[in-house]
Ligand binder design. Sequence first.
Ligand code: MN3
Length: 232
Amino acid sequence: MHDGMNRREFMGFAATAATVVAGAAVLGPAAPAFAADAFPAPALPYAENALEPVISARTVSFHYGKHTAAYYANTNKAVAGTPMAAMKLEEVIKSAAGDPAKAALFNNAAQSWNHTFYWAGMKPGGGGPPPAKVADALKAAFGSYETAVAQLAEAAKTQFGSGWAWLAKGPDGIKALKTGNAETPLTQGLTPLLTIDVWEHAYYLDYQNRRPDYVAAFLDKLVNWETAAKLL
Ligand code: MN3
C-alpha cells in the first residue's frame, strides 16, 4: 500500500479488486464509508499523481475527485430509500437502461461503473503488450494483439463526441466497440475487459484536442492488462 492510502481506502480497493475478479460487481462487500450511501465510490487505486506524466494529477483530481464523485453522489441520491439501494450497481444500470423515466439514474449509475472500471484499467508503469493469457485471447479474436489494440484505438478515436471505447467479451468472443455518453456494453450482455474514457474531461487539460495522442499514451504507458486478465 502506498503512502497516502489509509487502511480503509486500501480495504475498499482490495474488495473492489476482488469483485472485479469475480466479474459480477465493481462494488464490493466492504462497509460503506457512510451508512446512507448504497454505492460508496471506491478509492482511486493509486495516488492522484501516479499516472504522470501521461495523465496529470490535475486531470485526475478533477476526473476522480469531481466527475467520478458526482456520478456516485447522484446515484446514491437517486436510489436512497428505494429497493434499488439493495441491488448491485450493475443491476441498477440494467434495470434503468432504456427507460426514459430513469434516464438520469441510468446515466449516473453507468458513469459510476464506467469510471471505476476505467481507473482499474490503468496503472503507473503500465502499457505495452499484455500477459500471455490476454495476448492469446486477443490473438484468437482479432488475429493478433496489434490488431486488437488498433481496433480499440480506432474505436476511441472515432467515437463522435463524449463516450467510451471498449474491449468486451460476449458469446461470439472479444470485440472492440464504442459507446456514446454513459452507454456501456453491460446492457448488451457483454463483459467489459477494458475501457478508455474519451469524454473531453478525461484528456483536455493534458492533450487539448489531441485525442489520438491521449489514446496512444493510454495504450503505450498506462493500460493495466491484469484487469482484463482477471475477467477472462
Ligand atoms: Mn470521465
